[in-house]
Design a protein around this ligand. Structure first.
Ligand code: GYE
Length: 308
């Protein structure tokens, strides 16, 4: 081999070695919150199939709703040297230290379905989420129309305390209430996004308010509404008829309730957050393409009129 040819050959080897990982070689660690809702269970299974479609190895760690478990999972992903980390942050604050560790290890982080505080903006590559303030506003606008100007006492079931989606869905709904003097939120409490808590809190609302004075229930997710519907039925109320309902997620069980005339409206949220996140990571790894800071998914209202 001439020295020129040798140089060319070694250069080629060097180029080959430095080529970015192909999709088949990518391993992504996903710190998932848990399985508090039907929506979240769907997100987990869709994430698995989206990863399989793209030949990406996806390692999912279930944090059982605890931020400390999520922090541990992220540290373990860093130690394993994964190519990227997906994080569905249970609450919005307290991520700076661990995300700095990921950044130092040069592992890109993508947020899925919830946000972290703005101070952490530099610590992740992109966030795949819906506009959760808008979702709350869509729910509020539906109720404003459905109430038709009549005085309407609303009870609100909030999501997990400190979760971006709970703060934002409340904010969006409140902005509509502020413009409609007939709407009044008389009770508002967390139901932690679960069916069991949604039922329990609704029972306490009914006790405190006397069921008949409640005109509408707004729940930050469908699971809490399904629990609330149960509570209303047990108290002899007719959800969907005497009491208007609007919630968020569009899971199969709320459509069943809508079809049965026991719920009125839901705002759809796609469980496919991982698909766009994987595409962003693959393009980033292969070509250095930097995605937009926010990849927004759609939110759409469904009622019985849509015949879902
Ligand atoms: O709406 C709720 C879940 O973060 C968008 O979390 C997600 C929310 C979803 O438990 O059902």
């Amino acid at each position: 081999m001439t020295s020129k040819a040798f140089l060319a050959a070694t250069a080629l080897v060097a180029i080959t070695l430095s080529l970015p990982a192909t999709a088949a070689e990518l391993t992504v660690g996903f710190s998932q919150i848990g399985s508090e809702s039907g929506w979240r269970a769907a997100e987990t299974s869709v994430s698995k199939s989206e990863a399989t479609k793209r030949k990406v190895t996806l390692k999912i760690a279930d944090a059982q709703q605890k931020q400390e478990n999520q922090i541990k999972a992220i540290r373990s992903f860093i130690a394993q040297g994964v190519d990227a980390i997906f994080l569905a942050p249970v609450v919005s604050s307290g991520w700076d230290a661990v995300l700095k560790e990921a950044k130092e290890a040069k592992i890109p982080v993508v947020l899925l379905d919830r946000d972290i505080d703005p101070s952490g903006k530099e610590l992740y590559l992109t966030a795949v989420t819906s506009d959760s303030v808008h979702e709350g506003a869509v729910a509020g606008e539906w109720l404003a129309k459905a109430a038709g100007g009549k005085a309407c006492n609303v009870v609100e079931l909030q999501g997990t305390v400190g979760a971006s989606v709970a703060t934002n869905r409340k904010k969006g709904f409140d902005s509509v209430v502020a413009k409609n003097a007939n709407l009044k939120v008389v009770r508002s409490q967390t139901g932690d996004f679960t069916r069991a808590k949604g039922k329990e809190v609704m029972e306490s609302f009914i006790k405190a308010e006397g069921g008949k004075t409640i005109c509408a229930v707004y729940a930050h997710n469908d699971d809490m509404m399904v629990g609330a519907i149960q509570a209303m039925k047990e108290a002899g109320l007719k959800p969907g008829k005497d009491v208007l309902t609007v919630s968020i997620d569009a899971v199969p069980d709320i459509f069943k309730a809508i079809a049965a005339g026991e719920a009125n409206a839901t705002v759809e949220l796609t469980p496919n957050m991982a698909g766009p996140a994987l595409d962003a990571i693959m393009a980033f790894k292969a070509k250095g393409t930097v995605p937009p800071k926010w990849i927004q998914t759609e939110s759409k209202l469904y009622t019985a009129a849509d015949d879902p």
